[in-house]
Design a protein around this ligand. Structure first.
Ligand code: HEM
Length: 275
């Protein structure tokens, strides 16, 4: 384990050096290096800062787009009427071509005027624009029923009072996603049903307290890959839905498990047919 750790450390620093030597376009790595260099950190700490942040970005990039896409496919397999709606939408937008960013922008949805909100809310989910957002509604509903992480954590950096409770400095606060997403007082009596239509008027229309819908977290440390992840999931689902119909295989065993993220324990077996 230590050998692997050391090897990864060395590999990342090699890439850092290569990156510093080439006059390439500004990328995340260069931004990380700049932040580290402009800080009070010594050389070893600077290296650790860059390496740790690289790992922090690579780790979620590996499965975090794939698992929500798999849950969405499972739900679409269960609800063929939504599969048909998605297929019609993507066939109209993509018109037999591979998805481009301009096409994805047509499915792009929503933005929030920052001044209307106290948090720096970067998840683009409040004002629906355009008319092609059925797939986005399906993904939002899928992320509500099967959130990627089961909790969001924050540490009290100073003594504070939170919802009538005194919280001492240093205490970790865990926000359990499922308690937010399964509350009928917030989402209505059909809270446990797959109903993407609830997002028809954006998040404000979907629930009584829109700030509780935070699939990508909130504030300055919200998900770095949220727009990438949404684009990735849209591309995967669009390509599959426009070429295939799919239903759940009798082999499928429904068993969401909480590892680091909420995953289907036995995978998702689908029966797939060419359209
Ligand atoms: C649908 C897919 C994804 C979901 C639902 C998701 C969700 C989240 C959540 C809830 C957080 C914690 C935010 C907070 O504490 O406020 C987070 C953090 C993060 N995510 Fe994602 N994520 C997804 C995909 C990705 C992908 C594909 C990447 C990388 C390419 C990524 C990179 C990160 C990073 C680097 C952080 C830490 C940000 C920081 O600490 O400043 N995520 N994500």
């Amino acid at each position: 384990m230590w050998r692997l750790e050391k090897e990864i450390h060395t590999l990342i620093l090699k890439e850092v050096k290569r990156n510093e030597e080439t006059d390439s376009e500004k990328n995340i790595l260069q931004m990380l290096i700049e932040v580290a260099k402009n800080s009070y950190l010594g050389q070893a700490e600077t290296d650790n800062f860059v390496v740790d942040n690289c790992k922090n970005i690579c780790f979620p990039a590996y499965e975090n787009g794939a698992v929500p896409a798999i849950w969405t496919l499972m739900l679409l397999a269960l609800y063929p009427e939504w599969q048909d709606k998605i297929r019609a939408e993507v066939l109209e937008i993509f018109n037999g071509q591979l998805p481009s960013s301009a096409m994805l922008n047509k499915m792009k949805t929503v933005s929030l005027k920052p001044s209307e909100h106290t948090f720096s809310y970067s998840f683009d989910a409040f004002i629906l624009t355009g008319k092609s957002w059925q797939l986005t509604m399906v993904i939002y509903e899928s992320l509500r029923l099967y959130p990627l992480g089961c909790m969001l954590t924050r540490e009290a950096v100073r003594e504070t009072r939170f919802g009538g409770v005194d919280v001492p400095k240093g205490v970790s606060i865990w926000v359990m996603m499922m308690t937010l997403y399964e509350d009928p007082n917030i989402w209505g009596t059909d809270v446990l049903k797959f109903n993407p239509e609830r997002f028809g008027n954006g998040i404000n229309g979907a629930c009584k307290v829109p700030h509780v819908y935070i699939p990508f977290g909130t504030g300055p440390r919200s998900c770095l890959g949220q727009h990438f992840a949404m684009a990735e999931i849209k591309i995967i689902i669009s390509l599959l839905a426009s070429n295939f119909t799919f239903s759940l295989s009798p082999k499928y065993r429904h068993s969401p498990v909480m590892n680091l993220i909420i995953e289907p324990e036995f995978g998702v077996d689908l029966l797939v047919r060419k359209v």
